[in-house]
Every structure is written in C-alpha cells, then in structure tokens.
Design a protein around this ligand. Structure first.
Ligand code: PLP
Ligand code: SF4
Length: 379
C-alpha cells in the first residue's frame, strides 16, 4: 500500500491544495473536478513540471478524448515520463504517430461479430453488451478507444434494448453476458439497474459479468448503495483492471471489499504495457498484492494491435518470460493466464509456457519448477 506522504511528486497537494477529505472521498466531487480537455491537461502538465509537452498533444486531443479523476492523478508519484500511472492516463503524441502496418482501430473485428451496434457475439455461450462509451478516466491503451467519440456504439432507447433481449433469447446457447463499455458502473444507477433487469429476464442468461475500472480510477464510486443494487443480480462476477501495484491503494482495497462483502467475487484483467508493467518484479508484485485484496488475477493480455496504442506493445517473448518466472516463484492463486487476442476476431489464444517437455508413447517428460527433468511413465 502506498501512502500519500511517500509520494515524491505530490500532485494532489499542488492541484487541490485545500480540498477537504469529505469532498475528496465523494465520487460526485471527483467527477465534477476531473481534469479534461486542453485546459485540464495544461493544468496537469504545468504542475507536473512539463508545460512544454502540451504543444505536441493538440492533434492527439482532437483525435481521442481525455479525462482523468483527481484521485487517479494523485497516484502519480514519479516524473510523468516514467510513472506507471501517468503513462496510462496522460496522452502521448505517439497515439497519433504513424500506425504500424498491422494496427487498426478494431483489430478484433468486433464489428464483424456485432449483429447490431452494442452487442458482440464471438463465442458460442457468451456475449458482450456495450452499455456505455464513457469512462471516469480514459486509459491511453484502451482497446476500444475507437468508440470514445461514438455514442452510436451503445444501444439507446427502448427499441435498441428490445433488439438486444430478442437476440439473447433467440440464441439460447448464450448463458453468460459480459456487461462492458466504456464503464458500466459509471451509468446512473437506475439506468444500469434497468439494463441488468432486462438481461436477467432472458431465461437462458445464467450469469452476468461486469467489466469496470472504477475500483482503480474512482474507487469512491463503489458505494454501499451501488453494491446493494448489484447484489440482487447474483450470480454476478466483476472483472476489474489493475495494471500496476501503485494502483492498489487503501481506497481501492475498500472498494473491492465493499463488492466482495456483497457477495460479488472479483477478478482482474491486466494488460502488459511497455514501461508500465512489462517486467517480472512488477507483475509479480501486482499479482501478489491483488491476492492480498482477494482479487484473483484472471488474464494478462498482450496489448492488442489497436491503432493509437502501438507505443505500449511489448515483445511477446517478454510476456512469456514473465509467466515462466511466475510459476515456481509464487502460488497458483497469483498467476493469471497470459493471452493474446488474435487479429480478425479469431478469439483469444493462450500464450502459456508448458512444463511438459515431450510426450512419447509411454513416457511424458516434464521440467520441474526448479529446472530438473523428470520422466513420468504412463503405463
Ligand atoms: C474476451 C471476450 C469474451 C470473454 O472471454 P472469456 O475467456 O470468457 O473471458 C467474450 N466475448 C468477446 C467478444 C471477448 O473478446
Ligand atoms: S476503463 Fe476500460 S473502457 Fe474505459 S478507457 Fe479504460 S480500458 Fe477503455
């Protein structure tokens, strides 16, 4: 757990010097006081000691939205060029630099698997419903950044929602619905409640999963009132998105605890990001600290080939190496699955080192976690 006192660059002190702690812990204050647009970015860069960076960001600001909560900005501890939180939230000119040949706005071809906007049906038994294109803070590595300025990606109005339920009913093999976005938990509570009612009214929908980054970027929004509402929809799972141990604060821990105490299990999806978390020590720390707050590391994603995120992508061998070192160094509860979402909407693929070195007719040869070679006789 990091404490404010230990921070070298105290942006909270500089940007909101007189803020009362009650206002700070009120998510509505946090939302009203988000830094956003050119003006907000200019203020942030000035206080972070790099005002000259604004010049190079105009194009980026018009291409992609920018907003960040005071809370998330307060987690910046180091120089913004190398701080893991700053790198995730402060725009970079590289976002609009020449895209690599294999990058595209929608590399997972979500569009092809959308019978209509707002619903993605790629796998037989589960479908994604995009309920919002708004977020509390906009992650620069987001793989849906193409939707940020496009409200038409989200079903709006009665007819659109009717189409969603009809589709789910007509595809009775769909048993799990992933409520995603944008950030679903940022919607007005009553509106979200109506959506969850609608989804759970479909007889074949057995379980819901919500993807949210609020425990990371706006933990005070996980209120008791919200938890009481969510609890009604058990079985419901929540997947959150911690990428770095610096994001696991007391506030984040309390937000997770409120959800867990409401009977909602939490898992985490991280993205392997260059300069942010692409080393063994950081990922191990992240995963062990997640285990401490009872959030199960679920996936570690290789950064998708999304236009505007090329500068975050690392070598897949680096990811493999990290996973290789995790096994044997720490417990299975701390180890996520490393996956890459294949281009063209071909689905997720596991990139996992295996301990099975070879498999012959009668003998399986393994490498132990300490590097010894052991033969297992099969007959
Ligand atoms: C990732 C994803 C899912 C969920 O897959 P899990 O392996 O169950 O987490 C579902 N639909 C789409 C389109 C996805 O990209
Ligand atoms: S919270 Fe999720 S949807 Fe929103 S910007 Fe971040 S990664 Fe994208």
């Amino acid at each position: 757990m990091t404490s404010y006192a230990a921070r070298a660059v105290n942006l909270k002190q500089k940007l909101w010097p007189d803020i009362h702690k009650d206002a700070w812990s009120d998510y509505r204050w946090q939302l009203r006081n988000r830094l956003t647009g050119r003006k907000g970015l200019s203020r942030l860069l000035r206080h972070a000691g790099q005002p000259e960076r604004l010049e190079s960001l105009d194009k980026c600001l018009s291409a992609y939205k920018w907003a960040a909560t005071p809370y998330y900005i307060s987690l910046i501890e180091k120089d913004i060029d190398r701080d893991p939180v700053a790198l995730q939230v402060i725009p970079s000119p590289e976002e609009i630099g020449p895209a690599r040949p294999h990058s595209s706005p929608d590399p997972l071809s979500e569009k092809r698997y959308s019978p209509f906007p707002g619903l993605i049906h790629r796998y037989k038994d589960r479908a994604v419903v995009l309920v919002s294109n708004h977020c509390a803070s906009y992650c620069r590595h987001c793989n849906r950044k193409r939707t940020w300025n496009r409200p038409e990606f989200v079903p709006a109005g009665k007819t659109a929602w009717q189409a969603v339920t009809e589709y789910l009913e007509n595809h009775s093999q769909i048993r799990e619905v992933l409520v995603s976005g944008g950030d679903p938990l940022l919607l007005p509570q009553k509106y979200l409640e109506n959506i969850l009612d609608l989804l759970t009214s479909v007889p074949n929908v057995e379980v819901l999963r919500i993807g949210t980054r609020l425990p990371v970027v706006l933990p005070m929004a996980i209120t008791d009132k919200l938890c009481r509402m969510l609890k009604k929809y058990r079985p419901i799972w929540i997947n959150t998105h911690f990428n770095h141990p610096a994001e696991i604060t007391k506030e984040a821990q309390r937000a997770c605890e409120r959800l867990q105490m409401s009977g909602i299990p939490l898992s985490n999806q991280s993205v392997l990001l260059k300069g942010v978390n692409d080393d063994f020590k950081t990922i191990k720390n992240l995963c062990c600290n997640l285990q401490k707050i009872m959030v199960r590391p679920y996936y570690l994603f290789h950064c998708d080939f999304v236009k505007g995120t090329d500068h975050f992508r690392t070598d897949i061998r680096k990811g493999i190496d990290i996973m290789e070192k995790m096994w044997g160094d720490t417990g299975g509860m701390c180890i996520p699955r490393y996956v890459v979402d294949l281009p063209g909407g071909m689905g997720k693929a596991r990139v996992m080192p295996s301990d099975l070195e070879r498999l012959d007719q009668d003998v399986a040869t393994f490498k132990t976690f300490e590097g010894r070679v052991i033969k297992l006789h099969l007959s």
